[in-house]
Write a protein that binds this ligand. Structure first.
Ligand SMILES: [Ca+2]
Ligand SMILES: [Ca+2]
Length: 295
């Protein structure tokens, strides 16, 4: 049953990946913003929310309202107020943030004017890079001057800089956060790819990988990045090595079908968990391989 569920998960992620299409979205200030990767561009999960002081009225405190597709459209309950000095940390799970020419990160902020908000990006949710602030009529930042070429980011952090702490919605009011510079990310459970502790691909996994190969052929990315991840059981040096070998196995298989595609594989050991390692379910989720398609 578990395997069956994993396969459904993969098929649905591939399916939604196939649907990736550039789209225009209403911007907070009345204009429009084009996101080359469409709906997957938006931040997917709240990692942490430190509410500001003073805080917003209760209906604007739910940090989940800053996740997913921009949907404010004048509805007072469809945004999150950070509160004065509030800090919101989000993660991208079905996409990753990358540097492209021009702006890369866009914040859909609600209200008459953009309250100054400092933006940071991170690969691992621990080490942060300050990529600049949004303020006035400017809602986007270009991360190009702050990051190394080819780096891929999974996290963004917004910090309200206390420019407007009055009223019912103090601090920045966030409807959504989007990566303009975005690569689709396909997440595969290690369970369907490998036996316990092994790094040679299971025969059955090749059907799923072939499906992904077809999607890659359609999308024609300039590069694919394959990331290996483990749970935190056992020695980290062992986990690191296993994650590298597993990422490399997936890369080698994909490249056997996509000979002209540029690629890189990288292992993170247990350093980038997407769930708590305190539960078995969390550990299962953390054992995974992610394939990121750089447009
Ligand atoms: Ca997303
Ligand atoms: Ca850029």
């Amino acid at each position: 049953m578990k395997k069956y569920l994993s396969i459904v998960f993969i098929l649905s992620s591939v399916f939604s990946y196939g649907q990736t299409q550039g789209k225009k979205y209403p911007a907070g200030n009345g204009g429009e913003i084009f996101l080359p990767q469409g709906d997957i561009s938006f931040a997917d999960e709240v990692v942490d929310f430190k509410r500001g002081d003073p805080d917003a009225v209760s209906e604007a405190c739910d940090s989940m309202l800053a996740i997913g597709i921009a949907d404010f459209a004048g509805v007072a309950s469809n945004f999150t107020s950070l509160g004065c000095g509030g800090i919101l940390t989000v993660r991208f799970t079905d996409n990753a943030l990358i540097n492209i020419p021009g702006p890369d990160l866009y914040v859909f902020e609600v209200g008459k004017y953009i309250e100054t908000t400092q933006l940071y990006v991170s690969q691992d949710g621990k080490k942060w890079i300050n990529v600049g602030a949004i303020s006035g009529g400017i809602s986007s930042v270009d991360i190009g001057d702050s990051v190394k070429q080819g780096e891929v980011f999974h996290y963004a952090k917004l910090e309200d800089l206390k420019t407007d702490c009055k009223g019912s919605w103090p601090g920045a009011d966030i409807d959504a956060i989007a990566a303009i510079g975005s690569g689709a990310q396909i997440n595969l459970s290690s369970e369907i790819l490998f036996d316990f502790d092994k790094f040679d691909l299971l025969k059955n996994s090749k059907v799923e990988l072939d499906n992904i190969v077809e999607q890659i052929k359609l999308q024609k990315p300039s590069k694919i990045i394959i990331e290996g991840h483990t749970d935190n059981i056992g020695q980290e040096t062992y986990n690191q090595s296993l994650s590298e070998k597993r990422a490399s196995s997936v890369k080698n298989y994909l490249l056997s079908k996509l000979t002209s595609t540029k690629s890189k594989s990288i292992g993170y050991g247990s350093k980038l968990p997407i769930a708590s390692n305190d539960t078995k379910e969390g550990q299962d989720k953390n054992r995974r391989v992610s394939i990121i398609l750089i447009p």
